[in-house]
Design a protein around this ligand. Structure first.
Ligand SMILES: Nc1ncnc2c1ncn2[C@@H]1O[C@H](COP(=O)(O)OP(=O)(O)OP(=O)(O)O)[C@@H](O)[C@H]1O
Ligand SMILES: Cc1cn([C@H]2C[C@H](O)[C@@H](COP(=O)(O)O)O2)c(=O)[nH]c1=O
Length: 207
């Protein structure tokens, strides 16, 4: 059975770049890799409603992301029988962090919130063999061309700041992160790849 690796982090933290680079590196070592992403294209194309939704429609979004994940899981499980590695760019922790920003407000007790959301998301969760969290807090925001623009994105974008805080709190609590590693998010693409690959080689006993 192939190994399931999840890459998580806030918007533009470098997830897709890292996922692609890990896939190339593993392929160069003779491993077969299936690269996938959430939300899936099924999520985008099947639901016109999406364009009308705002982040504040968190309950509808949560249900939609869970539904998308349940469909996606079929492909993930099948791919795990066909490939050495399945690498998924975003998974359950994304729903926890992004939809959690608004959901959390409804709980007086934070412990209750984390227990509740973990239970809800467990419905659609496959335990990963490794989850990599890119610890990129948005302080130097990456532009489309990959250059870093010195700008406090958190001053501009309170939402992403909250997303980051929920990610780190969930990780501290070990939610969907029992097999987890944190990778520094401010290094170059090569540095991030080297850090991730070092962990992967060690965890999966690859020479
Ligand atoms: N370590 C890095 N240093 C500098 N630029 C980077 C680094 N990693 C990625 N980038 C660049 O930052 C931009 C965002 O990267 P990428 O698309 O991989 O992030 P992402 O987390 O997948 O984004 P999103 O969540 O918005 O889809 C891209 O232009 C990419 O080339
Ligand atoms: C899986 C998932 C995603 N989101 C959000 C996070 C991003 O802002 C967008 C699209 O993701 P991309 O990596 O930038 O393509 O969707 C979310 O809110 N909840 C989720 O479960």
């Amino acid at each position: 059975m192939g190994k399931f690796i999840v890459i998580e982090g806030i918007d533009r933290s470098g997830k897709s770049t890292l996922a692609r680079n890990i896939a190339i590196d593993l392929q160069n070592r003779g491993k077969s890799v299936f690269l996938t992403h959430e939300p899936t294209s099924y999520f985008d194309s099947g639901l016109d409603i999406l364009s009308k939704l705002k982040r504040e429609d968190y309950m509808i979004l949560l249900a939609m992301f869970i539904r998308d994940r349940i469909e996606h899981n079929k492909y993930i499980l099948k791919s795990m029988t066909e490939y050495d590695f399945v690498i998924c760019d975003r998974y359950s922790l994304s729903s926890l962090a992004y939809q959690g920003v608004f959901l959390k407000e409804h709980f007086k007790d934070q412990d209750q919130f984390y227990k509740w959301i973990e239970n809800v998301l467990s419905i659609s969760h496959i335990e990963s063999d490794l989850t990599i969290f890119i610890d990129f807090n948005g302080k130097s925001f990456r532009q489309g061309n990959g250059e870093k623009r010195e700008l406090e994105i958190f001053e501009e974008n309170e939402y992403l700041k909250n997303v980051y805080n929920i990610y780190t709190e969930a990780i501290k609590r070990g939610i969907f992160f029992n097999q987890g590693r944190i990778i520094g998010g401010n290094g170059s693409k090569e540095e991030m790849l080297n850090e991730a690959i070092k962990e992967i080689l060690q965890i999966f006993h690859i020479q």
